[in-house]
Write a protein that binds this ligand. Structure first.
Ligand code: X8Z
Ligand code: ZN
Length: 607
């Protein structure tokens, strides 16, 4: 726990006038409360506040209009005021030798916001309005091509479809540029957002907001930064090999004038708006054309899958592990389809309202394999939220953010051809070496392509929050990282008149991103352990834990712990190790890496 001076404590109090603050601290009705009782009270208050802010955020995300902005901003202000005051109150225990669970709860209280507000009425209000509006700009973002009417405006979903399906360089570029216009108005707002949240973080005794985010991993922020870099360096050779091959194949298709063989890949050609996952261009890359049936898209269409039946199919996987059915309210209250009559935030999310008793997802589901995998991902969050609902509210979260993101993804690793054939989503599971390489390529385009992207988003924000990147360099710094890590570049100059980071959901929504990077590595570690439990003996990529109750029980035990102990303890219980480690993902993709090594032999790799 950080030590605060009395002066700092007074500054942090909710009451506006300093003299009044002094009175408040002196005469606080709870002054003689011990630390454990204080934590118990905070947990009660938090549960109540979360009910209200959860409801406000839900309506805001599923109905973007002025009125929901007002309601959501008010709820956010109320939470921020409570947070500032309660953290200030907690400082009276800062010098005490506390029970570990109590100390942990107090630390998690301090960290229980990703956007700390200054303890000042006007600034709190300004920040709440800013963050609500940033989220709204993203959710309602549209590209209206010039000389076209309102009715031809294109949503993110429309533009993503162009990138996924068109193989026409200019059409793809237009879709990419179009979406990147939506974030231009965010730039000044984001700059102010950084100032205000940094001020809030400083009041919590952090040098800046990036340091606060990095302090959420049961190790020092500096150690965490080094740890994420260590993990990245472990997996970098996998990415470099994939990049080399993909670039060569894209150059075949588009020509070396468009895709030079010694430079970064144009950012709009990878089938995804952010070039973060490349599965949509599998058709250009299929190693052995036609070998093995992996066309789940076709099966979903042929079998008339609906959003609801896709979610049911995912639920059935979790039930096969011995997990409970989703509650009736999940089916009544979730948003599965994009409504025709209003703006919503389509970016998929899972909600654990009412302390995990009211589970929901919000998603604009299309009948496609990619969306099916996202549903499995989201249900991983919901099963986590349901499993830790008996923990006190301060511990109702993942062991760390990466754990939360890794659960559903771990399950997707069990969507092997064998599983897909069993549930009728492909006709039969081919078992040849060529079929294995095809499937590994399909998976690598998502899992491996993502790694540098997952790493760099927060590196950009850490530098922005620390001031290393000045507001006048936001876009320059963004593209430097994108090129350095991902080996991609925009077609044409992207000057500071743009704000390209804002075109990625998690920046305006202020969701930290290293969690996804860690999850890509952890999910293979989890899978390796669960497969051992399931008695699997062959190569890891052939393992599915579908239907295995022992593996399910071990997974559930991990989920139930929530954030009640350091994540190292939780990891050790499942995997026997206290360290995150990339050897599982490296082993998993060994067949593809061997294949790529041969393909890349006569190529010049790197950019
Ligand atoms: O945001 C998400 C999930 C919700 S937690 C849909 N993901 C990241 C992204 O879309 O950028 C999952 C993978 C990475
Ligand atoms: Zn997620």
């Amino acid at each position: 726990m950080k030590i605060f001076s009395l002066q700092k404590l007074l500054l942090l109090s909710t009451v506006c006038v300093l003299a009044a603050c002094e009175v408040r601290v002196e005469a606080d009705a709870h002054d003689d409360e011990n630390a454990a009782n204080f934590v118990a009270r905070v947990n009660d208050e938090l549960a109540e506040l979360r009910r209200e802010s959860g409801a406000a955020e839900w309506v805001r995300s599923t109905y973007i209009i002025l009125d929901t902005a007002i309601v959501a901003a008010k709820a956010s202000e109320k939470y921020a005021a409570w947070h500032s005051a309660t953290v200030a109150d907690s400082l009276r225990y800062a010098r005490e030798d506390l029970r570990p669970d109590v100390a942990r709860a107090l630390k998690l209280l301090t960290l229980s916001t990703s956007e700390p507000a200054p303890n000042d009425f006007a600034k709190r209000k300004e920040l709440a309005a800013l963050s609500t509006e940033l989220g709204g700009l993203y959710g309602a973002g549209k590209y209206c091509p010039e000389s076209s009417g309102e009715e031809t405006c294109l949503s993110l979903g429309d533009l993503e479809n162009v990138l996924a399906e068109s193989r026409d360089y200019d059409k793809q570029l237009d879709a990419w540029r179009g979406w990147h216009t939506i974030s231009i108005p965010m730039r000044a707002m984001y700059q102010r957002f950084v100032e205000l949240t940094n001020e809030g973080a400083r009041e919590l005794n952090y040098a800046d907001l990036g340091k606060m985010w990095k302090d959420n991993y049961d190790m020092s922020p500096a150690a965490f930064e080094a740890e994420s870099l260590r993990l990245y360096n472990q997996v970098k050779p996998l990415y470099d090999a994939l990049h080399c091959h993909v670039r060569a194949e894209l150059a075949e298709h588009y020509g070396t004038d468009k895709v030079p063989l010694d430079g970064p890949i144009p950012a709009h050609l990878l089938g995804n708006m952010w070039a973060q996952e490349w599965g949509e261009i599998y058709d250009l890359l299929e190693p052995y054309p036609g070998v093995g049936d992996l066309d789940v898209d076709a099966a979903l269409a042929a079998q008339n899958y609906t959003p609801v039946s896709m979610v049911e199919s995912a639920e059935q996987f979790y039930e096969s592990l011995g997990m409970p059915a989703l509650p009736a309210t999940f089916w009544e209250r979730s948003m599965f389809k994009k409504p025709a009559d209003r703006e919503v935030v389509c970016h998929a999310s899972a909600w654990g309202l009412d302390g995990g008793n009211d589970l929901r997802i919000k998603m604009c589901i299309e009948p496609a394999y990619e969306d099916l995998r996202v549903i499995y991902h989201e249900l991983g969050h919901n099963y986590y939220q349901g499993a830790y609902r008996d923990q006190p509210p301060l511990f109702q979260t993942g062991a760390h953010g990466g754990f939360h993101e890794a659960i559903g993804d771990t399950i997707t690793l069990s969507m092997t051809p064998g599983y897909l054939a069993e549930v009728g989503l492909i006709e039969s599971a081919a078992t040849s070496d060529e079929a294995t390489i095809n499937r590994q390529m399909q998976q690598a385009l998502d899992k491996i392509a993502f790694l540098p992207f997952g790493k760099l988003i927060d590196e950009w924000r850490w530098n922005v929050f620390s001031g290393k990147t000045a507001p006048g360099d936001y876009n320059k710094a963004w593209w430097e990282l994108r090129t350095r890590y991902q080996g991609i570049a925009p077609a044409g100059v992207r000057g500071e008149e743009f704000f390209d980071p804002g075109a990625k959901y998690h920046v305006p929504a202020n969701v930290s991103y290293t969690r996804y990077f860690l999850a890509r590595i952890l999910q293979f570690q989890f899978q390796r352990s669960l497969c051992e439990t399931a008695g699997h003996t062959g190569p890891l990529h052939e393992c599915s834990i579908y239907g295995n109750k022992e593996a399910g029980a071990r997974l559930l035990a991990m989920l139930e712990a929530g954030a009640s102990q350091p994540w190292q303890d939780t990891l050790e219980k499942l995997t026997g190790t206290r360290e995150m480690d990339a050897t599982a993902i490296i082993d998993y993709f060994q067949p593809l890496m061997n294949w790529l090594e041969v393909r890349n032999r006569d190529r010049t790799c790197g950019w």
